[in-house]
Write a protein that binds this ligand. Sequence first.
Ligand code: GLN
Length: 483
Amino acid sequence: MSPDSSSRPTARAVAAEVRDGSRKALDVVEQHLAVIAAREPEIHAFNVVLADEARAAAVKIDEMVSAGEDPGPLTGVTVALKDNMCTRGVPTTCSSKILAGWLPPYDATVVHKLRDAGAIVVGKTNLDEFAMGSSTENSAFGPTHNPHDVTRVPGGSSGGSAASVAAGFTQVGFGSDTGGSIRQPAALCGVVGVKPTYGYVSRYGLIAFASSLDQIGPFTNSVEDAALMLDVIGGHDPLDSTSIPQQHPSLREAIQQDVTGLRIGRITDLPAGADADVVERLEVAFDTLRAAGATIVDVQVPAFTFGLTAYYLIAPAEASSNLARYDGVRYGMRVEAADTNAMYGVTRAAGFGEEVKRRIMLGTYALSAGYYDAYYGKALKVRRLISDDFERAYQHADALLTPTSPSVAFQFGAKGDNPLAMYLCDTYTIPSNLSGQPGMNVPFGTGAHGLPVGVQVLAGTLQEPTMFRVAAALERELSGGLQ
Ligand code: GLN
């Protein structure tokens, strides 16, 4: 398995072939199903593989192409969906026992848009239960394994989608990112992963973890593919009141421009904790951009370092409210008991895993009378500080560069039963969730044990075009041999 995503076929290339009739969509699907059959037993990227549905969708697409119709920009592209996105009539579990047996009555907007563009859904992928975690070890169905080294985690919480792309199971995966759940697994699996500006992509049909932070985004084998995916799934959706009511500029066009004249910020007061191999790759990335015509400038983001603490009050607070709906009455599992109140308790005790319970308790505590101002209220003030600090930094820099993950993929059990050690995985990704600004992982060579290392590109609100220009430049230089 090459840690270099450039050796795997891109969605753009496949769509072009199927669209012009030189390749059958069914052929594409069969090829992926064969790769899945060979490696899925050791990877466990999927909660469910929708083989028959994928074949049927492919046949329809091939018929359209034969009839001279255009199924769209993603014709024949295989996609994997994190199992917290609603798919009508298809189990959607959030990798939790509590949703056992529940079938969503509608499709998420993202799923609609992908199908309308000609994409083929191949399966629903594993995650940390309700997207809480950084390794997929919190899945009620067992962990996903990293395709580069199956003794290691793929990252999380969208580990299944990241692994699906890295293993060649699908050309594209989709995840959700509340504190880093797209970018961190992308880094550990050596693929591109994007968290857009809050409101860029509709959250309609995404099962909520922390509603003010959640965003959907793609995992891909190239920066151009990620641009293509966001061009398809982005945009206003009247069904999500937090989606931004405007049209987004084409990111595929944006990446045609190089980085000449762009100012790339180095955060001089970034929290420490990244391993030496990760820091080394980051330095190479700065050099690469300088050589490509950008200017490197020093900036400060003093409140960056408080992001983790604020997040672990705000996200659990919102989760405790969002997860109150799983009460044994409306969704999935129910454990019978003497009366309704007792039924709520035993259902939730049996249905939720340890980490989810921890978050619900933390969040309930942070929101409770007498503690609200001291914890939740204070965290909101820190959130404001972080946004203000980023705003100031973006007056001096067009984009910022940081590590994505402090380390390469770690071994199963490495963080043991120490939740704080796991939370630290998201030190560099969380602040841009709190500020609602875009961030993406770009695979940038290898570190310890020959495992993938990524760098994170951050940009201001709705500055995706700039972020993508920087990402494309990094990718170009890396594939051009500048190691
Ligand atoms: N790892 C972080 C958490 O456990 C982020 C999760 C996410 O982005 N969904 O909360």
